[in-house]
Design a protein. Sequence first.
Length: 309
Amino acid sequence: MQDPEGLYELNPDVTDVPEGLHLIAGLTGFADAGSAVTQLSEYLVDTLDQRVVATFDTDILLDYRARRPTIYFDQDHLSDYRPPRLALYLATDEIGQPFLFLTGFEPDFQWERFSAAVLGLIAKYRVKTTTWVHAIPMPTPHTRPIGVTVSGNRVELIDAMSIWKPNTQVPANALHLVEYRLQQMGHPTVGFVLLIPHYLADTEYPDAAVKALESIGAATGLIFPSDHFRDEGREFLAKIDSQVETNPELARLVGALEERHDSYMAGNPLRSQLTDEDGELPSADEIAAELENFLAIRRNGEDEPPTLL
């Protein structure tokens, strides 16, 4: 294998990356049902404070003929060219907590070398945990919460959030390989597969972005506002419901999916994150004690997040 570090170039102006950050990853390519990863990536890159840490070599990793980049034609001349990009960013969440974000196109070539490069960056910056998301179409109704299948080695997240745990073979993507290698190393890693209603898979589904942000927040403690997506989601679902009301065939489809979904969930309930191993809820005194302990830690500065400075 060629040197994995030859796949990317570090930004010489960003040398102050704190150690021990969470890494979030989302790549577009093979599957992005509901444009979940696309919306997530655009939101994090365009709306949050961020700086590029490393840029991967597009000419080595991308098949241009399979995914042709866009060039802009202005009447009689070419006015702009925007090549695809795959990069690692240093960003901050809503309350200033820094994290690393790997986003862009999924590599077409050299997956083993790319995976080794990502693992090298994880080691270089002593990444605390790695969390990644993608989305696939599933026969589920839009009238029920978006479910997730959770993979990796963070059992507490799998137990609390994974509603579908199949034994099956699936077409892999590049981040599957990264997760597999991280598991072999014992690095804390989790992957969230969003299960998007199949009849909405080709749309830009705002609730998919909300679910992606919620899943990442559950895994990392990072905080991202989602009001924009929630507002768009209500408008989007209102239009879908209107179409269902006027289309008997579509209404029957949604009704059948609801029945099957509810039957499955009744037989496969998720364990609440508030319960202990025996399924018991904590008492009011126990909750109060935990809150006091948390506030004491924050007051003493023992749990301050690393900064970008």
